[in-house]
Ligand binder design. Structure first.
Ligand code: BG6
Length: 503
């Protein structure tokens, strides 16, 4: 993990896809937050590249207006001015080998000279994934990939990184043919979330959890990433992806690996990622039979969320009326190693669910009951640790306590740690840490090529079976519910149940 005392080198961030949503909603606000905390180098500039042919002046006006909107009350006029002075734009056709890249070269020369920046560049690909390889190739062909005279060149790629094993392999091999692995930063914004980073601190920075963090004490693990939102305006992308591709081999597998990994020998990027990779390798492959029974898909129908009727997925913008794309996916994973043998990891994610809630639940085994046989207690409370990722970040320990009174009765109680109460409100987009890490050259929180490929290889059999056997019952869950009943049955079959949280 990054040594935050390290300072970022003077550099230029070049954003491809600069007029898009990600740039205005996440990247600029994240840069703003970094600058506010003095994490950006003094000699720094941003060059936006997009298809729209607009002038720098117009881009600056748009960016400042968006920043004002997204940073809310925290706006600082001086800082906005600082941003305005160091933001530039060049537009053109990404397919044109010459014009756009020559313009970019002249602009970068000018920017580096104006702001006394050595030629350290990081290119952020906020563009559709099918353009990644081509645009990167053109950047490199125009001489921006070479690291010479102590200057660095880094490339950040947004997710999705491929849409299956084959395409991810192809993308990796295309990129690795022109760049070194250490120049490639595959982003997964879940790793930018404080609570996700805290999993390692919680597990390895305390002595009381790790001794019980294994098959001897843990019954099972549940990971839920539930969203209340539907697909909003992203129907076009989403319908070709689906919940599994969109969330599982990336965000959810990050949560699985951080929860399950062995302690790394250091926080150096490859030590951490080696341990994560070992978990991915230990996840049991799904046979076609397992894929049918241990992986559940769903699609939302109409329903009610916050007292409002919301439409079915098939009625969303840019979604075909007979779409068979899943908006919910759940599965049971088995990690075949010494620590986790026979401890299932149940994971689920879905849109238009009852509550926005993401958490990791570590469910411990029951204590023996015999001592309580002659008491009014019928069942012992089971212990669990709940790591709440969003919306309220925190950790809860759930245990049983005696209810005061002459009769032995047991009640379930919670010990809660809440981030906001202890550390105050942190204004963050989740991208701050990741951008900073890229600037200091720390790839710990980024995906390595092998991790991406192993993740796809785990879910590939499910994608294959789902494609071969189209769903017949879609839509199969109401908006505002906890997903299809088959997802409940997946756990009920093992004598377990999902822990649902209400808001
Ligand atoms: C994105 C997915 O990667 O993550 C979206 O493409 C999803 O479909 C989003 O809504 C969830 O992110 P968060 O940070 O809101 O949990």
């Amino acid at each position: 993990m990054a040594d935050t005392l390290k300072t970022a080198d003077s550099c230029v961030m070049v954003i491809f896809g600069a007029t898009g949503d990600l740039t205005k909603r996440k990247l600029f606000p994240a840069l703003y937050n970094l600058a506010k905390e003095n994490f950006l180098p003094k000699n720094f500039a941003i060059v936006g590249v997009g298809r729209q042919e607009i002038e720098t002046e117009e881009f600056r006006r748009n960016i400042i207006a968006d920043l004002k909107e997204f940073v809310g009350d925290k706006q600082d006029e001086e800082l906005l001015k600082w941003f305005e002075e160091r933001t530039y734009y060049t537009g053109g056709d990404f397919d044109d080998d010459k014009k756009l890249f020559q313009d970019l070269k002249s602009l970068l020369d000018e920017v580096c000279a104006t702001h006394s920046i050595p030629e350290n560049f990081f290119f952020y690909m906020a563009i559709p994934p099918d353009l990644f390889a081509n645009v990167a190739k053109k950047i490199v062909k125009n001489g921006f990939g070479r690291e010479e005279n102590g200057h660095w060149r880094r490339f950040i790629f947004e997710k999705p990184f491929g849409r299956d094993l084959e395409s991810a392999k192809k993308l990796n091999s295309n990129l690795l043919a022109i760049l070194k692995e250490r120049q490639i930063y595959r982003i997964d914004h879940y790793l930018g979330k404080e609570t996700v980073q805290n999993i390692l601190v919680f597990r390895f920075g305390n002595s009381i959890f790790e001794p019980i963090w294994n098959r001897n004490y843990i019954d099972h693990v549940q990971i839920t990433v539930a969203e209340k939102l539907g697909v909003e305006s992203r129907g076009g992308y989403y319908d070709s992806a689906g919940a599994l591709r969109d969330m599982i081999p990336n965000h959810i597998f990050q949560l699985v690996t951080l929860t399950a990994m062995e302690p790394p020998v250091s926080f150096e990027a490859n030590s951490v990622r080696d341990e994560q990779a070992k978990i991915l390798q230990a996840i049991q492959p799904f046979s076609p039979e397992d894929a049918l029974h241990s992986a559940i898909r769903g699609q939302y129908g109409e329903g009610t969320i916050a007292d409002k009727t919301v439409k079915a997925y098939r009625s969303e913008e840019k979604v075909p009326a007979a779409s068979k794309t899943e908006t919910f996916a759940a599965m049971k994973l088995s990690i075949d190693n010494w620590r986790w043998a026979d401890v299932p990891f149940y994971v689920r994610t879905g849109k238009r669910m009852k509550a926005r809630h993401s958490s990791i639940i570590i469910q411990f085994k029951k204590a023996p009951f015999m001592l309580f046989r002659d008491t009014p207690i019928e069942r012992l409370t089971t212990n669990r640790i709940e790591i709440h990722i969003q919306p309220d970040e925190g950790i809860t320990l759930h245990f049983g306590a005696k209810i005061p009174g002459p009769i032995v009765k047991m009640g379930a109680v919670d010990m809660d740690f809440n981030y906001v109460d202890h550390f105050g409100e942190q204004i963050s987009t989740g991208y701050e840490r990741l951008l900073f890490d890229c600037m200091i050259g720390d790839a710990t929180l980024f995906q390595r090529a092998d991790m991406v490929e192993t993740s796809w290889s785990i879910v590939s059999p499910i994608l294959d079976v789902w494609k071969a056997v189209p769903p017949r019952d879609f839509p199969n869950y109401d908006s505002g519910s906890w997903g299809p009943k088959e997802a409940d049955a997946l756990l009920e079959h093992d004598g377990r149940a999902w822990k649902n949280f209400v808001e």
